[in-house]
Design a protein around this ligand. Structure first.
Ligand code: 0X9
Ligand code: ZN
Length: 315
C-alpha cells in the first residue's frame, strides 16, 4: 500500500495500522504473530511471509534501539517489496524464503522516542534503587552476558545490561519465540543504525571467532559488494563485531548464533557514517531500503551457494 509512503517516519500506531492492512490484503501469504508484551504492556508484533511450506527461514529483528527509526522504515518497505515487486530477483527472494519480520521490537522505547526524547535508545523499565530508566535490550540476551566489559551494570548507562540475562520481558519473549522456530530459521538479521557495516559474531570477544567465520565474511562481502555497486555510492564494511566496532556482550545476533544455532547471523548498521547519524533524514529511507534489499539478496544467494539454506527440518 503506497499510501504509507516511505517519505516520512511513522509512529508505532501508524506502523501497526499498516501491518493490519497488509494482513488483510494478503491473507494467504501473510500471517501475524505475537512475540509477547513489552514492559509497558504493548504487543510486540511480527509478521510471517510464506508463499509455500518448506522454505528456509530468515528472521529480521528491527528497532531494538528506539532512536534507530531508519530500521523500521526499512523493514516495512522491505515487507512491501516482498509482497508487491514484480522484479524477478525480488520474487525469487520473496517466494523461496519464509520471512519472519519484527519491524518494531522495542515498542516502549520507540513510542518514547516519538513523544518525549528523539534520542532514546533503551527500553522503559525502571531499576530498583535508581531514578534512571531503561535497559539496553541489545545487551540483555543470554550470550556472554556482561562479559569482557561489553556492557554496563549502571542503570544510568546507555549500555545497561539489566539485572540478569533475559531480565527484560522483550528479550525473554523474543528469545522464546525464536527458540520455538529455530529449526526453521537459517539466517538472522538485526537491523541497526548507523555506520554502514555488517557485523558478524562475536561481539563479546575479539580473540575468538566463529567456526564458520570465513563463510560469514564471504556472505558479508557479497552484501557489501552488492551495495557498493549501486548508483548511490554508499560503501559498507564488514567483519566481526568486536574487531570492527567494539566489545559488546549479550547482543541478539550473537545469541542467535551461539544459542539458537542460526549460523548466518548478522547485525547490519545502516546509513549513514555519522553526518546525520541517528537523525537520518527521511529522504534516505528508500535509498537505504534499496541498498538493504540488494545486499540481502546477494547475501542469501551466497549463503545458498555455501549450503546454508538447506532445510533444517523434515517436512
Ligand atoms: O552497540 C550496539 O548495540 C550496536 N551498535 S548501535 O550503534 N546500533 O547501538 C552494535 C551491536 C553489535 N553487536 C554484535 N554484533 N554482537
Ligand atoms: Zn542499534
Amino acid at each position: 500500500d503506497s499510501s504509507f509512503g516511505w517519505t516520512s517516519y511513522h509512529t508505532l500506531e501508524k506502523i501497526e495500522a499498516w501491518l493490519d492492512e497488509i494482513l488483510a490484503s494478503y491473507p494467504e501469504i501473510v500471517t501475524g504473530f505475537l512475540v509477547g508484551q513489552s514492559y509497558e504492556g504493548r504487543d510486540i508484533r511480527g509478521i510471517k511471509i510464506s508463499y509455500k511450506s518448506g522454505n528456509p527461514g530468515v528472521f529480521i529483528e528491527s528497532n531494538i534501539h528506539a532512536r534507530e527509526w531508519i530500521t523500521s522504515a526499512t523493514a516495512t518497505w522491505f515487507i512491501n517489496e516482498l509482497l508487491t515487486s514484480s522484479d524477478a530477483a525480488v520474487r525469487d527472494l520473496a517466494e523461496n524464503h519464509d520471512w519472519y519480520i519484527v519491524p518494531v521490537f522495542n515498542v516502549d522505547g520507540f513510542v518514547y522516542s516519538h513523544v518525549k526524547d528523539r534520542m532514546w535508545r533503551k527500553s522503559r523499565s525502571p531499576s530498583a534503587g535508581s531514578t534512571c530508566i531503561g535497559v539496553d535490550l541489545n545487551r540483555n540476551y543470554d550470550s556472554h552476558w556482561m562479559e569482557n566489559g561489553g556492557a554496563s551494570d549502571n542503570p544510568c548507562a546507555e549500555t545497561y545490561a539489566g539485572l540478569s540475562a533475559f531480565s527484560e520481558p522483550e528479550t525473554k519473549a523474543l528469545s522464546e519465540y525464536i527458540s520455538g522456530i529455530k529449526d526453521k530459521v537459517n539466517v538472522l538479521f538485526a537491523f541497526h543504525s548507523y555506520s554502514q557495516v555488517l557485523l558478524s559474531p562475536y561481539g563479546h570477544t575479539d580473540e575468538e571467532f566463529p567456526d564458520n567465520y570465513d563463510d560469514l565474511l564471504q556472505v558479508a562481502k557479497a552484501y557489501a559488494d552488492a551495495v557498493n555497486s549501486l548508483q548511490y555510492g554508499t560503501t559498507y564494511r564488514y567483519g566481526s563485531s568486536a574487531e570492527v566496532l567494539y566489545i559488546a556482550s549479550g547482543c541478539t545476533n550473537d545469541w542467535a548464533y551461539v544459542k539458537a544455532d542460526i549460523e548466518i547471523s548478522y547485525t547490519i548498521e545502516f546509513r549513514d557514517t555519522g553526518h546525520h547519524g541517528f537523525l537520518l533524514p527521511p529522504t534516505h529511507i528508500i535509498p537505504n531500503a534499496e541498498e538493504t534489499l540488494a545486499g540481502i539478496t546477494a547475501l542469501l544467494a551466497e549463503s545458498r551457494e555455501l549450503g546454508y539454506l538447506e532445510l533444517k527440518y523434515d517436512l
